[in-house]
Design a protein around this ligand. Structure first.
Ligand code: ATP
Length: 872
């Protein structure tokens, strides 16, 4: 769209004279009075509601009931500790929820739709929510109409109104008619005045029925809720067992009931949902910082299990900055054209020597300039290079014409366009008709060689066609995009939809440099177990050449042709797809998904929206159409596919951290239950008092748990196979690792208790200190492996662990805490012994960790059939 940025607004092309639109001050005033152009008010939760939601949690309710019982019994210390636990947990959870909501709201704003509006006579791109009644809005193919508009101008404006009517056949809208907010412009362009915004618009009236909703829970969040239920049930059953054993062993009933409640609370990682939401939301924010904007939270976690990325070529793997490099005239002469970017100056060479521009080449260049909707933009103070508006391929043809000595404006004025058939991907050609000064008509058709150099479009001998087709193939094999051009001079106005009897005018071959870093991108995805596919509408030879430069294709590899092959059932090793249509992307996705792949698909056009929706992760280009952006899960702000590799790493890191948190928190719960159940068997009748259990829970689950969510990615994150989305969150050996870790912690705590009892030391306090410290040691042991020579990367975790450890020890050292927790003082030797014993589980786990292991337990998931990173 040829935009440049000015301040916080984006300024698009500036017409020399034209409509003025509203003034900025008037627009601001209307926005203040009439409100923003948004259909659903953002959901804002009041602090009281947030706190209330925490308090109705069954676990918290259980704790509050226990607090009432202890208070009635006059057991002040237990009441105080219980209330403290509720308070601290509520504060931590509410703070995390607010942080997560803020991160999500910030993302929503970044990904918000924009609109092109004329204000004070200048074309601006503004957030669509800022539109007001009376604004003059421009729409074109690929836009979602941002408000109800009354059309003042319309040029072949076709709208897909299915969002409102369910009818997907595009309708034509003309001057004087209204177009409704939420409908999609499929072709043409138009300008209209805003007549209704926000809830009053057609879209608003429909969506008002659907009350403002929060983003749906992601699959992982849903699975964790289910896991929470199972864990809750297990904890309740085991605590009931502890209660029964205690009461049968002669312990007071009320005391044992409170112990059981405390144990339930300790065994269930109640902060899990908060930790997960925050990890996802903060991950999403980090991705946005890396220029990959997740539009839905689920994208963050799904990205981690993507096994195939199907990518467009132009603009995604290449820079999308095109220039004509070679041209061939009908007599078979080949020319090399040079020049920088879209600058109109350059040289024409033949056989290495600079030459003048022969008539045949000039005619070819003129045809390319006429059958063309692009324009060049001269440099400006804030844009030092020549720019372009319109299709980059056509802009390259304008620059080529200028390099051949033609003045675009004069030429287009001398040969005015009287009819046209726009480029469409089905025919892969575009035809225009121009009136000549003698009153005849010049027909120009340009497009893919197979679609132009064919009868009846052209009237040429077999030899002529064979020669040009051969030349086109050679140019394509060099990685260039080849266009054939044909023209005819006729006396009657022809039908541009059905060109016939034209004469070949030649070939132009357009180059588009690979993006920096694209050459090894296939290797990077390979290493991460993600297969990169190149899907293009280009010629197979061009696709193969570019595929070769990207490391995706070698001689002998399969090459799929959209024109001939069945795309739902392609060779598993196929990586390059040529001459495909946008709707064939759906077939490719269906085939891959049926083979068990998790597919990410890129797209930017109107026709890509269904594929973006169908893919597990739809990736839209920031510079693409609004429709594509709205259909996608992830928007690449810089259109650069290498950014996706980073986003995949982020997705995996978040999942790893959630598993890390589970391992840490659940193994602590397992240990506490085990100590309480087995203690009596080892002569420790009541290993821990309720207040002590809750204190450990408070210190271990609270800050260290949250801090684990911020662990950096391990060095091997992008060098292992993706996780299977079917695998349970406790899969890959994590369940076993949790039991093992819990058993280790319980073993050292019980051993220390038994030894202390034998030595006649305050064994209960020893169990208390060792159980807490050993869990904190595990928090350090399950950290992500650090790459050599890099700093800690997550100082928050160290601080949280240190602080919690100090508070844990303070529980036996400070008299007021001793009173509260019912502990006995421990001397320096006792404490030293406790610390030494507590370090054992962590140290052991660290030693047992396999080098590539990121999360502990079963380590990495093996690649599934067909997903392995095929080394090339
Ligand atoms: P990519 O993979 O590079 O993003 P694409 O899949 O978008 O490409 P299309 O734009 O559909 O490919 O182009 C397919 C073919 O149609 C091109 O190889 C070219 O020959 C022809 N073509 C593209 N744009 C035009 C145009 N504006 N006028 C005429 N022909 C065109």
């Amino acid at each position: 769209m040829g935009q440049v940025t000015a301040g916080n607004r984006t300024v698009a092309e500036r017409p020399p004279s034209g409509p003025v639109g509203l003034g900025a001050a008037e627009a601001a005033e209307r926005l203040r009075v009439e409100g923003p152009n948004s259909v659903a008010a953002p959901v804002r939760r009041h602090l009281v509601t947030r706190v209330a939601r925490q308090l109705v949690d069954p676990l918290v309710a259980l704790l509050l009931a226990a607090a009432v019982v202890t208070a009635l019994l006059g057991d002040l210390p237990d009441t105080v500790v219980i209330v403290l636990v509720v308070l601290v947990n509520t504060v931590i959870d509410v703070v995390q929820e607010v942080r997560a909501d803020k991160a999500i709201a910030a993302l929503d704003q970044l990904a918000a739709p924009t609109a092109r509006v004329v204000r004070d006579g200048v074309d601006l791109v503004v957030p669509a929510v800022d539109l007001v009644r009376g604004d003059l809005v421009r729409v074109e193919a690929g836009d979602v109409v941002p408000a109800d508009l009354l059309l003042g101008e319309s040029s072949r404006l076709h709208l897909d109104e299915s969002a409102l009517t369910g009818e997907s056949v595009p309708v034509v809208r003309d001057v004087g008619e209204e177009v409704a907010a939420g409908t999609v412009v499929t072709t043409g362009r138009g300008t209209g005045t805003v007549v209704r915004t926000g809830a009053a618009s057609a879209l608003g009236r429909v969506t008002a029925l659907v009350a403002a909703t929060r983003p749906a829970a992601t699959p992982l969040q849903r699975r964790l809720v289910a896991l929470g239920r199972v864990l809750g049930l297990a904890a309740v059953s085991l605590s009931a067992l502890v209660f029964g054993v205690g009461v049968l062993g002669g312990q007071p009933v009320v005391e044992m009931a409170i112990t059981a409640v405390s144990l339930v609370v300790a065994a269930v990682p109640e902060s899990l949902p908060a930790v997960v939401t925050l990890a996802l939301a903060l991950g999403a924010r980090r991705m946005a910082g890396a220029r990959a904007l997740p539009r839905r939270l689920h994208a963050v976690e799904t990205l981690g299990s993507v096994t195939v990325i199907a990518s467009d070529k132009t603009g995604t793997l290449t820079e999308g900055r095109m220039s004509v490099q070679q041209a061939v005239t009908p007599d078979g002469a080949g020319y090399a054209v040079s020049g920088t970017g879209y600058a109109p100056h350059g040289e024409v060479r033949r056989d290495g020597a600079r030459v003048g521009v022969p008539d045949e080449l000039r005619r070819l260049a003129r045809a390319g300039l006429l059958c063309n909707d692009a324009a060049l933009l001269p440099p400006e103070p804030d844009r030092p290079e020549w720019g372009a508006v319109g299709d980059p391929l056509e802009a390259a043809l304008v620059a080529f014409a200028a390099r051949c000595g033609l003045d675009p404006l004069t030429t287009r004025t001398a040969w005015p366009r009287v009819a046209e058939h726009p480029f469409d991907q089905a025919n892969r050609r575009m035809t225009t008709v121009h009136r000549t000064c003698e009153g005849r008509y010049l027909v120009v058709c340009k497009g893919a060689p197979e679609n132009v150099l064919t009868r009846p479009v052209v009237d040429a001998t077999d030899d002529e066609l064979a020669e040009l087709t051969d030349a086109a193939h050679q140019l394509a094999s060099a990685g260039l995009r080849v266009l054939a051009v044909a023209t005819a001079l006729v006396t009657e106005l022809p039908d541009p939809a059905d060109p016939a009897g034209l004469r070949p005018a030649g070939l132009v071959a357009v180059g588009d440099p690979l993006r920096a870093g694209a050459a090894d991108i296939a290797d990077r995805f390979d290493a991460a177990g993600v297969r990169l596919l190149l899907i293009t509408g280009d010629h197979p030879a061009t696709a193969a050449a570019i595929g070769g430069q990207l490391g995706l294709w070698r001689d002998g590899d399969p090459l799929v042709r959209g024109d001939d092959d069945d795309l739902t059932d392609v060779h598993p090793a196929a990586r390059v797809f040529a001459r495909t249509q946008p709707d064939q992307k759906l077939d490719i996705i269906a085939g891959l998904q049926a083979a068990g792949h998790v597919v990410a698909m890129t797209g930017d056009g109107v026709n890509d929206a269904p594929a973006l929706r169908r893919a597990d992760i739809g990736i839209a280009m920031g510079g693409g159409t609004e429709v594509a952006r709205q259909a996608s899960d992830l928007v690449l702000v810089d259109d650069n596919l290498t950014t996706v590799a980073a986003a995949i790493g982020e997705g995996r890191r978040i999942y790893d951290n959630i598993r890390r948190f589970l391992r840490y928190a659940l193994s602590g719960g397992v240990a506490e239950v085990a100590v309480m159940l087995l203690g009596p068997l080892f002569g420790l009748p009541v290993p821990l008092l309720p207040a002590q259990i809750l204190w450990i829970n408070l210190l271990t689950h609270g800050l260290p748990g949250v801090a684990l969510g911020a662990e950096p990615a391990g060095p091997g994150t992008l060098r292992r196979a993706p996780r299977s989305p079917q695998e349970s969150v406790l899969g890959g050996g994590l369940g076993r690792a949790i039991l093992l870790t819990g058993a280790l912690i319980a073993a050292v705590a019980l051993a220390a208790g038994v030894a202390a009892a034998a030595l006649d030391r305050p064994w209960q306090s020893v169990v208390f200190v060792v159980l807490g410290l050993a869990q904190l040691g595990v928090a350090l042991a399950v950290r992500a492996p650090r790459p050599e020579g890099r700093g800690h990367g997550n100082p928050g975790l160290l601080v949280a662990v240190l602080l919690s450890a100090l508070l844990q020890v303070a529980g036996v050292l400070l008299p007021p805490l001793r009173e509260l927790l019912g502990t006995a003082p421990l001397g320096p030797v006792d404490l030293f012994a406790c610390v030494a014993v507590s370090a054992l589980p962590g140290v052991l786990l660290r030693l047992l960790r396999r080098p590539a292991e990121a999360v502990g337990g079963g380590g990495t998931n093996g690649p599934r059939a067909g997903t392995s990173a095929s080394p090339r």
